[in-house]
Design a protein around this ligand. Structure first.
Ligand code: INI
Length: 157
């Protein structure tokens, strides 16, 4: 029988940092509020959640890395909204954010969650931040708890 690592989504005792981008703030406020509410609903204490705002999604990785390297957090959640415009700036910001957030997790060993919407337009972003297509902030919070607990359980085995 293989040994299976499986965790319940129970955030009690976890410390979580959230880095949110101000760009497209109408969306990222929603993502941030949803993430905080979801963490607390799953038992993370209010005083164990830190939130830092950065100008745009491009700045998420460097601040996420500071949180991850501080040794004070079990997971870091990065939240942003990159909405396609007229130029390829969109593509560059989206790629840098995704690659950078992924690298922080791999380099530090602290789960660093990619809660960045990349959409064609504002309507799609609204739908995915609490509208008819779900809530990426809530999903990112659950992912943070699950991944942090999984790593903890692997280390303890
Ligand atoms: N930042 C975003 O978070 N979303 C965007 O859609 C966006 N666009 O399209 O330009 C964006 N640009 C700003 C970028 O993240 C940096 O803050 C800026 O380039 C300074 O480094």
């Amino acid at each position: 029988m293989p040994k299976e690592f499986k965790v319940e989504i129970d955030g009690r005792g976890l410390r979580v940092a959230i880095v949110s981008a101000r760009f497209n703030e109408v969306i990222t406020r929603q993502l941030t509020t949803g993430a905080v509410e979801t963490l607390e609903r799953h038992g993370v204490k209010d005083e164990d959640i830190s939130v830092a705002w950065v100008p745009g999604a491009f700045e998420l990785p460097v601040v996420a890395k500071a949180f991850a390297e501080s040794g004070q957090y079990d997971a870091v959640i990065c939240l942003g909204a990159v909405i396609r415009g007229e130029t390829d700036h969109y593509q560059m910001v989206a790629n840098q954010a995704a690659g950078g957030v992924g690298a922080v997790g791999r380099e530090t060993g602290v789960p660093t969650i990619f809660g960045v919407l990349t959409t064609e337009n504002m309507d799609q972003a609204l739908n995915r931040s609490g509208g008819k297509s779900g809530h990426l902030g809530n999903a990112a919070a659950v992912t943070a708890i699950e991944t942090a607990l999984l790593i903890r359980s692997i280390k303890a085995s």
